[in-house]
Design a protein around this ligand. Structure first.
Ligand code: ME8
Length: 519
């Protein structure tokens, strides 16, 4: 077993609504990183799950006329059901209503208390149930009536006054600023880094961390009139899943601190301010990176039930399948930026890069091998400079793309692999093996060999992005299961000439926009 460990998490999703494209996006992005690191030889722990406590979920359950737990069971299952069809390779799925999680929350609370960072007082201020967040006066604008204010996120805030435990957050301002300064990669992308640094520089108030007006939460140890504020509860999931002080298998030594908490940009504040402050108070290491993905709007509009433009996981699967959805979501916008999802763009990407790009490269090359090289991996009769240039590009991919993944520039990883696909398609046109068939059959075989080799490398590298299609391509090249890791993307692990190949089959069908629109 290698000692290289990698722990990546998604946000745990609220169960007040059903899963949609936005959730699939964050989870897929994390999945690509997890799969990448596994193929790069790491022990990977990839966590996702559901966030089930708090006022928002309690209200949704009440509306639905069922008990909070029954409500959570049902919706949490829907989030779980989305994983397999999108080929999500999570190692664990945590629910905040599980015992293991409650135990860790209470243990963490006691540590904060022991550090002298928790005190009892009265909270009086604005609260947005939709965001489950407290806002300062200076952040709010007037609402439709005197009782309502509007948060920067657009959520309605109401005045709340109740007894509450507080966390001494104000004590951690300088420590957090030091953390950001000494670790410029701690928060990404840059825009989030700047936003969070500016917020902390402007001064932090202590944070209300318990509620008394409802009971759907983890009881505060020693005072069960209070339940924990849903964010202290939710953030703790990242260590309860590692068995931190809850009697389960303790994986903290192996996987903590996390390499990346992948989050949406609207929840960076909770992850980059509250979470490290709690951890510092508990004398635990802070995560290595908080990376915020941008927001999708759909055909120019924010997704919302009232507009009826919510793209469901089912729609994505019906139209694009798992590979197509994964590719379109991750290739369309630079990771970290906001973007506009349109079916036209998705179809364009899938056709351009999967059907015409990798699909066509594999189909053209394998068909020529079937027709002109007896359906066997051709012999390499000596490499030209052009051959070596292309092969070297392919062999450079593992180290080149790992840098992108470590920086969470997921789109650059996709671009790098598809750059080689593009170069290989250009190489076929330049080498014109169909002409060589008569003029120089030995050279034709070498060209086909080089193509098969480059396809092998590109398909190995593409597995984290499009696991189904990439593995079908590797099947057609008869690559053994254990020879599909990044350690095999080099000249030492090339194809064996003479290996008999199956009859080639198209892997990435072309989509018609009309069919997609009509679905
Ligand atoms: O915030 N575009 O849960 P949540 C991109 N429970 N990403 C999107 C998106 C969109 N339009 N919509 C949702 C919570 N997301 C808390 C998290 S973590 C300890 C607790 C993704 O159900 C994005 O990752 O509101 C966002 O942060 C997350 O879903 C919000 O999910």
């Amino acid at each position: 077993m290698t000692d290289k460990n990698y722990y990546i998490t998604t946000p745990i999703y609220y169960v007040n609504g059903d899963p949609h494209l936005g959730h699939v996006y964050s989870t897929t992005a994390a999945d690509v990183c997890a799969r990448f690191k596994r193929l790069a030889g790491y022990n990977v722990h990839f966590l996702t799950g559901t966030d089930e406590h708090g006022q928002k979920v309690a209200q949704s359950a009440e509306k639905a006329g069922v008990s909070p737990l029954a409500f959570c069971d049902e919706v949490s299952q829907k989030f779980r059901d989305v994983l397999e069809p999108f080929q999500i390779s999570n190692d664990d799925f945590i629910r905040t209503t599980e015992e293991r999680h409650k135990k860790t929350c209470q243990a963490l609370w006691q540590k904060l208390e022991a550090s002298g960072d928790i005190y009892l007082d009265k909270y009086a201020g604005w609260y947005a149930v939709r965001d489950e967040a407290y806002y300062g006066d200076d952040e709010l604008t007037d609402g439709p009536d005197a009782d309502t204010k509007i948060a920067p996120s657009g959520a309605e805030c109401k005045w709340v006054e109740e007894e509450s435990y507080f966390f001494h957050l104000s004590k951690y301002g300088d420590k957090l600023l030091d953390l950001y300064k000494n670790n410029p990669e701690f928060i990404g992308p840059k825009s989030s880094y700047k936003e969070i640094s500016a917020f902390v520089e402007s001064g932090l108030n202590d944070l209300s961390i318990s509620r008394t007006t409802f009971d759907w939460g983890v009881p505060v140890p020693g005072n069960d009139k209070h339940v924990m504020y849903v964010w202290i509860d939710a953030l703790t999931n990242y260590i309860s899943a590692l068995g931190h002080e809850n009697g389960e298998n303790n994986m903290m030594d192996q996987y903590w601190p996390a390499n990346v908490h992948l989050v949406g940009k609207e929840i960076t504040r909770f992850h980059a301010i509250y979470w490290p402050a709690f951890l510092m108070s508990a004398n635990l290491p802070v995560p290595q990176k908080i990376y915020a993905n941008g927001w999708w709007v759909v055909e120019g509009e924010k997704m919302s039930k009232s507009l009826g433009n919510v793209i469901t996981p089912e729609t994505l699967l019906e139209r694009y399948g798992s590979d197509g959805s994964r590719y379109a979501l991750l290739r369309e916008m630079p990771f970290g930026n906001d973007g506009n999802f349109s079916h036209e763009n998705a179809v364009g990407r899938i056709n351009g890069d999967l059907a015409n790009g990798l699909g066509n490269l594999a189909q053209r090359s394998l068909s020529m091998i079937a027709k002109n090289a007896e359906g066997k991996v051709p012999a390499n009769n000596g490499l030209s400079d052009d051959d070596n240039i292309l092969l070297d590009l392919a062999y450079a991919l593992p180290s080149q793309t790992e840098t992108h993944i470590d920086a969470m520039h997921i789109h650059k990883y996709l671009e790098a692999v598809w750059h080689v696909v593009g170069e290989a398609n250009a190489y076929i046109d330049a080498q014109a093996p169909w002409k060589l068939k008569k003029e120089d059959p030995d050279r034709m075989k070498t060209v086909l060999y080089v193509l098969a080799e480059v396809i092998r490398c590109c398909a190995i590298m593409a597995q984290p992005i499009i696991p189904t299609g990439a593995n079908k391509v590797l099947d057609q090249l008869v690559i053994a299961g254990d020879a599909r890791t990044f350690a095999n993307v080099n000249a030492d692990s090339t194809l064996t000439s003479g290996t008999e190949l199956p009859v080639p089959q198209g892997v990435f069908p072309r989509l018609e926009l009309d069919t997609a629109e009509a679905a």
